[in-house]
Design a protein around this ligand. Structure first.
Ligand code: C2E
Ligand code: CA
Ligand code: CA
Ligand code: CA
Length: 277
């Protein structure tokens, strides 16, 4: 058994080393990505049922690394662990505000832009970053939506409530992302200064065949309406999703049925087309 253990060790050691060095390389590259201008924001349209038009978008981060396009799920966790998400998130905020301002100038109908805020970024300094991004871009504050998650808010309920108040005092709006997947209780919904609930894709996926998912989605929409919160469904992929959500009274929808996240030129091309899903 002893020998076996040693063999196992010898067998795994090179694999481990490879993983560690890949991670180190990734961290190094990530560290330089900002300076080298390798980040890009894609924008996914958000469709409004009442106006039957696109009224906003969500900014989603992409990394054009030397070895190809990297999706956020592959580098955000590392960026959070290393703290790099703070400068990266700052860039996202400034870039999204400037872009939304450009669109505001180009077109008569204003588009809101939603930006994802990581738990690591969610600290008192964020208020100043947001204030500066708004000031330097000239974007109207109500066109900026900050997306936060339940787990982010629940880690420090009092501190989060205060921070949200300060962000909202700047005139920005707040959306609770991935709603229904965390363990935030309904009681907290009224405690936090929120404007929107984003219903998580995992519930939308089951609509309309899965009775539980359908019931949960309808209930979230009802509760949100009573609390004066707008609802956004994410991961809307089919006509059946759209019909169900519209009938249930959901305000907005986002997903592949309408559009994938698009680079700026494609997003602008899409905006020039007559808007029909
Ligand atoms: P999220 O905030 O929940 O963003 C929605 C994700 O769902 C996006 O993945 C989007 O491309 C994808 N999606 C949209 N519509 C559909 C659909 O109809 N079907 C399916 N299957 N997926 C759809 P993406 O762009 O890969 O982003 C993944 C996550 O990375 C985001 O989840 C968010 O948590 C994080 N993220 C993205 N950009 C940023 C950022 O700038 N800062 C931070 N902190 N996190 C970000
Ligand atoms: Ca989001
Ligand atoms: Ca989400
Ligand atoms: Ca999600």
């Amino acid at each position: 058994a002893k020998g076996e253990g040693r063999n196992t060790c010898r067998f795994f050691a090179p694999v481990m080393n490879q993983q560690v060095s890949e991670r180190l390389a990734m961290e190094n590259n990530l560290r330089h990505a900002l300076q080298q201008n390798e980040f890009e924001l894609y924008y996914q349209p958000q469709f409004c049922f009442a106006t039957q038009s696109v009224i906003g978008c969500e900014a989603l981060l992409r990394w054009n690394s030397a070895s190809g396009l990297v999706m956020p799920d592959r580098f955000i966790p590392l960026a959070e662990e290393t703290g790099l998400i703070v400068p990266i998130g700052g860039w996202v905020l400034r870039e999204a505000c400037h872009q939304a301002k450009r669109w505001q100038t180009m077109s008569s109908k204003p588009l809101s832009v939603a930006v994802n805020v990581s738990a690591v970024q969610f600290r008192p300094e964020l208020v100043d970053d947001v204030r500066k991004a708004l000031a330097s871009s000239g974007l109207e504050p109500h066109l900026l939506v900050l997306e936060v998650t339940e787990s982010l808010l629940m880690s420090d309920v009092q501190g989060s409530a205060l921070l949200l108040e300060q962000l909202r005092a700047l005139g920005t709006r707040i959306a609770l992302d991935d709603f229904g997947t965390g363990y935030a209780s309904l009681a907290y919904l009224k405690r936090f200064a929120l404007d929107k609930l984003k219903i998580d894709r995992t519930f939308i996926m089951g609509i309309p065949e899965d009775k539980d998912d359908s019931a949960i989605t309808s209930s979230i929409i009802d509760i949100a309406r009573h609390l004066n919160l707008e609802t956004v469904a994410e991961g809307v992929e089919t006509r059946a999703h759209v019909d169900f959500l519209h009938a249930a009274g959901c305000h907005q929808a986002q997903g592949y049925f309408f559009d994938r996240p698009l680079p700026v030129p494609e997003f602008e091309k899409r905006m020039r087309e007559p808007s029909e899903p």
